[in-house]
Write a protein that binds this ligand. Structure first.
Ligand SMILES: *Cc1c(COP(=O)(O)O)cnc(C)c1O
Length: 430
């Protein structure tokens, strides 16, 4: 099927990138469980290695099942190309890799997934990269944090875990004025609720592990390229604009135009970093995406019901969910995320740390796991788990204080979820 922009989201989530298998007519995308692909002849092999012809060489670089997922995600996000990789964290490194170098920095929002805070504040230092964290509600602070060595601006659309939503357009304008690409982690919103590229983002990254796959089966990630950034407008991005020594001096932007970032991601990122998505994972994720819009509608509907009930319960201190009228981000949520702000929010319990731990242990339907975006409802006490390695200040900034639990509302019956929370709160708060 041609990916005509006249098709709606519900059609594209099922069909984009997929066509009946030319060899067998198989209607569902086969799992091409093959490491390598036979060259027609020596000239064909040479053309593939020279990137003069697009095709399959070796599955660390490209695989036909993964390619369908890449095309589907690029289509749903409104980008020109996508590169899938082994996890969401791999996608973040892969997104930064062509942009950064020793001494360069990324300016990132303080409101990020805990693992991303750790990856950016600690691990990337080993590459000579660094991150500066600022409050993206303070656009002046963002402008001031950007310096001559900044190579990217990074935020999440619907932030994990704090009930915060980013005004992507406003942030994109600042990045644009500084001549920098904006990278948006769209994991918690998914392209059904938010398409960051339409609001000015350059690159979109995902942990496909979460809502895109939707049922907690596989880890994966992807980077979608808008194709809109002019990598040659300055000398800041030599990997894309200048002769790339890692690919015999190829100039990616000059050669591949708006697909420069995607080609670089495959030809150098996957080739040399090797954080490849496997075809089984791509298969599960393709299955999940077929029902993305239906699930997200239910996640949002349930989250609104459960958050509203919790907010009115005397054992609860507060609920941070941008989908509630009481949220300080309610106006922004309505304006920027009109279909809803997802299924993720945090709940502060009056009994503090001990009550949170008891609550988590007393729930029957909710699973206590370090994951989100599953069909099942999930809960975690971030301060003792995912956000444990952060300082108390970082925990507070991320909305993960000791008295707070994060819930990922599933697509079960909302009334059952409320009953489960009610009985567990009774045990937790005495
Ligand atoms: C889970 C998550 C990640 C990391 O993804 P993995 O697939 O676990 O590596 C990054 N960002 C957000 C918002 C996430 O929820």
């Amino acid at each position: 099927m041609s990916d005509s922009p006249t098709y709606g989201f519900d059609t594209l989530q099922i069909h984009a990138g997929a066509r009946p298998d030319p060899a067998t007519g198989a209607r569902q995308t086969p799992i091409y469980q093959s490491t390598a692909y036979v060259f027609r002849d020596a000239d064909h092999a040479a053309a593939l290695f020279n990137l003069q012809e697009v095709g399959y060489i070796y599955s660390r670089l490209t695989n036909p099942t993964v390619a369908v997922l890449q095309e589907r995600l690029a289509t749903l996000e409104g980008g020109v190309g996508a590169v899938c990789c082994s996890s969401g964290h791999a996608a973040q490194i892969m997104a930064l890799f062509p942009l950064m170098g020793p001494g360069k920095n990324v300016v990132a929002s303080t409101r990020l997934y805990g693992g991303t805070v750790t990856q950016f504040s600690q691990t990337i230092k080993r590459f000579g990269w660094s991150a500066k964290f600022v409050d993206f509600d303070d656009l002046d602070a963002l402008r001031e944090a950007i310096d001559d060595d900044t190579r990217a601006v990074f935020c999440e659309s619907v932030a994990n875990p704090g009930g915060y939503v980013t005004d992507i357009r406003a942030v994109a304008d600042v990045a644009d004025a500084a001549g920098l690409p904006l990278i948006v982690d769209n994991t918690s919103a998914t392209p059904y609720l938010c398409q960051p590229i339409s609001q000015g983002a350059t690159l979109v990254v995902h942990s496909t592990t979460k809502y895109l796959t939707g049922n907690g089966t596989v880890t994966g990630g992807c980077i979608v390229d808008s194709g809109k950034f002019d990598w040659s407008a300055s000398d800041k991005f030599p990997s894309l604009s200048a002769p790339e020594p890692a690919y015999h001096g190829l100039k990616f932007h000059e050669t591949f135009g708006n697909l420069a970032f995607t080609f670089h991601g495959i030809a150098i990122g996957l080739r040399d970093l090797g954080m490849t998505m496997n075809p089984q994972a791509a298969h599960y994720t393709l299955m999940g995406i077929e029902t993305l819009s239906l699930r997200m509608q239910r996640h949002v509907e349930n989250a609104v019901k459960v958050a509203t009930w919790l907010e009115n319960d005397p054992r609860v201190d507060y609920v941070t969910y941008a989908g509630l009228p009481s949220s300080p981000y309610a106006e922004r949520a309505q304006r920027c995320y009109p279909k809803g702000t997802g299924g993720l929010f945090t709940v502060a319990i009056k009994g503090g740390y001990d009550a949170c731990v008891k609550l988590v242990d007393s729930l029957e339907i909710f699973s206590h796991v370090a994951n989100l975006g599953d069909t099942r409802s999930l809960i975690i006490h971030s301060a003792s788990t995912t956000h444990r390695q952060l300082t108390p200040e970082q925990q507070e900034a991320a909305g993960a204080g000791p008295n707070v639990v994060r819930v990922s509302i599933g697509i079960e019956d909302a009334d059952d979820l409320i009953r489960d929370l009610d009985q567990a709160l009774a045990k937790a708060c005495g």
